[in-house]
Design a protein around this ligand. Sequence first.
Ligand code: NAP
Length: 308
Amino acid sequence: MKKISIALVGIGKIARDQHLPAIAADPRFELVACASRNASVEGVRNYPTLEALLEAEPGIEAVSLCAPPLPRFAQARLALAAGKHVMLEKPPGACLSEVGALEEMARAAGLTLFTSWHSRHALGVEAARTWLASQDIRHVHVRWKEDVRRWHPGQAWIWEPGGLGVFDPGINALSIVTRILPREVALVSSTLKIPSNKQMPIAADLELTDTAGVPVQVEFDWRHGPQELWEIDVRTADGSLLLSQGGNRLTIDDREVALGSVHEYPSLYSHWHDLIRRGERDVDARPLTIVADAFLLGKREMVEAFVE
Ligand code: NAP
């Protein structure tokens, strides 16, 4: 079958670490061009902006957007207006209204929009979802803690409005929670710990509940190190489940579960390929809704200034 010709936009950390290798390893895609203001990729045509790329490369079918959330909305609108299928890195928008607007644009044009959540493609997530579907869940505890200096070096945008602060990694946990739990969850309360010299939180505590009243306790912290802690602990009436290493390790009742071998970004691109071929969209803003709610209900605490 003919390859899907794609362009990659915003060549930074995640584009180089994950998108380029995943695209190179998938024979169903052909990377034709990239757009980035200051970076270029060897072996493809490079443009400083998406506008220039779209003008010069009318044959491209799909565009994968890896810039930070704030500039990504204008890029997504441009790509959809030019008739391209679009994949959005997470979070799918700097705010919720963007996601609905893009979904409407894509639907009207019959294009595929994929709001990707890479952590949902971690190795243990689907097995956790399957096991939990038949369980009497009593309590969920999420701990997503890492060292911001290690994972986001020099990323000024992440501390600005629209950058989400600690919710940038925390939303990955929320993307897993909203996938594995059998019922919808809603926010009850939140506390945002904001450095005195920043706009966005460095840590946050959330209390959620599912529709049956099961408590979901969430702790996000960027002041943690050196070993990151990315885990979701679920207690049920008969046992327990621990999803750790960002969803890539699963134990049920303290026994390790054997998992598959297709990693997050190859799995993401495979799903996007299938969506495009089937003419479908996959738009899910629920993790971002919880983040928006955490800001709506958030009790703000000023904490020590952060200097990188
Ligand atoms: P990044 O390296 O800081 O940014 C990606 C690239 O976007 C930059 O190198 C820059 O390239 C371009 N860019 C930045 N600001 C822009 C602007 N105002 N207008 C147009 N282009 C701009 O960030 P990242 O870590 O790759 O994160 C990007 C997205 O991926 C975020 O939404 C993040 O949540 C997500 N993500 C990141 C990771 C991770 O480990 N870092 C993991 C999963 C998902 P040019 O200067 O060349 O234009």
